[in-house]
Design a binder for this molecule. Sequence first.
Ligand code: UDP
Length: 377
Amino acid sequence: MRTILTLFGTRPEIIKLAPVIWALERRSETWRSVTVSSSQHTDLLRPFIRELDINVDHDLAVMTPGQTPNAVLAKVLTALEPLFLAEKPDLVLVQGDTTTAIAGALAAFYARIPVAHVEAGLRTGNRLSPFPEEMNRRLITQLADLHFAATPNNVDILLAEGVQKECIALTGNPVVDALQRILGRSTASPKLAQLLDSISGKRLIVLTTHRRENFGQVMSSHLKALRRFVERHSDVELVFPVHPNPSVRTAVDAEFSGAGRIHCIEPLEYTDFLHLLSRAWLVASDSGGVQEEAPSLGKPLLVLRDTTERPEVLDCGVGRLVGHSGERLEEMLETALVDESWFDTVRTTKNPFGKGDAGEQIASAIERFFTTKTGDA
Ligand code: UDP
């Protein structure tokens, strides 16, 4: 029986790998699925593992406070070597662009174990933005044997970089599967429901921002613009689940303290975050995952970045790129108030990130990979 080892360490990784793990487990007569958490995020990750119903077989517990990416990388690499010897995986699955993902791909490559990459082919074209994720993605592409691309554009990028067509599968993004399953089976927690009730009938802006490139002046300028907009319009409320990163907390204390109709709350578990998003009038975010969730939920999105590796969200009309300027953000918010056509487009657009079967598509592509490799099923 073949063993497939899936490695994750942060919130977006577990969200996007959960549907793949579910699909692997549905084939438990053919394959053994081994799950490994690096715990690169600890408090942020744990509730997601529970909500997504994932059993963690090994926890590398690498995180200590104030640790640099170098230290995380070194620890994950070191911890995986004996684990690979013990579990003998036939394939290692990583997702995205984190330190955990690059460490897993490199460790597997050194151990001569094939690597499969979920969400392959994302590029901004700028080696330094997002940093260091753009470089992690490029390096993982070099290390991987199998590339699961979410969109045709991602396939084209991989082909242009010389990846063989046979090694790429167009699967959609498993975040759509996760989102559909969770929203279909849950309701908002009493705490969130109470907050949503207290602002019902108002235009709700949902904000998330925590990217390293935005720390400092850019984030302050975005927050100032949002505050001015909310203060000008009495029918607007803003809810901001604040990421625990100290740079974000400092910006929030400086720019949002004492502001009316701005609700800064602790990061939400995934279920509640999706319920919050689904009630939004408009979303403002620098997150990668939120760029996929907005079209999946039919919500207009202002992307708080100067570039995106998900041009599909702009091309389909759901997202608009804000850049780093607060003035521009303010103008775009004012435009949104009067621009009904944007909301109409968003409601009717087809989701460019798939229809919710990416986990199954990926499991089938893995099956084909083993079949062509050995001639057996
Ligand atoms: N998210 C969440 N709770 C929150 C904020 C975000 O569950 O309070 C989810 C969000 O839906 C998205 C994921 O976390 O799928 C994004 O993670 P993050 O922004 O950390 O990473 P990125 O997507 O930028 O890689």
